[in-house]
Design a protein around this ligand. Structure first.
Ligand code: GLU
Length: 269
């Protein structure tokens, strides 16, 4: 019994790339679940969530209810963060501080944190927190990895891959504005929903290294993975709303049928 999911963030209308990703997930699951990853309160909007459900139903997709709304599970996410406490440290750096620390090498998921706050004394940390200095919580990657065997995951298209979480540096797991990171929420939610096969775009392949580490630290089950190629526009660039990828709802409004939309997707025509 394979359980898959589609986990869009309601930050705008779905386009052909999302349609491909959702159909890809549904085709691989005996059970197909839906999750709205709406923790970024600055970018997510309820009307976009409603559009997503409408578009997916129009494409002919059926998912098992209930839809998991990520923001409704903050208590579980916070509990997971608390379990990771021995490996976390508060980071008081602003973006400008990090830039000024200079030379932050580019990691697989962005600049690698130079580690400025890693070695602050407990007293200094307490002093800054007591003074109300905004802070994020970072995972001390080297410490977290120090007592673990090498980590791997199986990607159905690529085979067994070795993880390199250290290359990402000390990632943020909770932000200054109290939001929790995508990495933490996604591993908690995939486990809570009983997802056994995670399918998603290959842009998230590097993030899986971090997810396997978090799953191991939190003693969560290990799902299989299948990262699919990203759909490209006529310019050869990845389809993205900001570059004018047509929204499914606009194609629908223009009179296109779901079958015609699917015919434009590789493997579905
Ligand atoms: N919410 C993420 C996105 O829309 C997908 C996360 C995932 O599939 O793990 O890009």
């Amino acid at each position: 019994m394979t359980t898959t999911r589609f986990a869009p963030s309601p930050t705008g209308a779905l386009h052909l790339g999302h349609a491909f990703s959702a159909l890809f997930a549904a085709a691989r699951g005996d059970r197909f679940l839906l999750r709205l990853e709406d923790i970024d309160t600055t970018r997510c909007r309820p009307e976009y969530a409603a559009w997503i459900l409408e578009d997916l139903a129009w494409l002919g997709l059926r998912w098992e209810e209930p839809v998991r709304v990520q923001s409704a599970h903050a208590v579980e996410h916070r509990a997971a963060l608390a379990r990771l406490r021995p490996f976390l440290y508060p980071c008081f750096c602003t973006r400008a501080d990090i830039a000024a620390a200079g030379g932050a090498p580019q990691g697989p998921s962005g600049p690698v944190y130079p580690g400025t706050c890693r070695d602050l004394s407990p007293a200094e940390r307490e002093r800054r927190i007591a003074a109300g200095t905004p802070h994020a919580w970072r995972l001390d990657m080297a410490r977290a990895l120090s007592h673990l065997p090498p980590l791997h995951f199986t990607d159905r298209a690529r085979g067994c891959l070795r993880c390199d979480p250290l290359a990402h540096g000390d990632v943020v797991l909770a932000r200054k504005d109290a939001g929790l990171s995508y990495h933490l929420c996604v591993v908690c939610d995939d486990a809570a929903q009983g997802v056994t096969l995670v399918t998603r775009g290959e842009d998230l392949l590097p993030a899986t290294d971090i997810h396997r580490l978090l799953q191991t630290l939190l003693e969560l089950p290990e799902p299989a993975y299948e990262h699919h190629p990203l759909l490209q526009g006529p310019d050869g660039k990845r389809l993205a709303k900001r570059d004018g990828a047509p929204a499914l709802r606009d194609l629908r409004a223009a009179g296109m049928s779901a079958a015609e939309v699917k015919a434009r997707l590789p493997g579905w025509g």
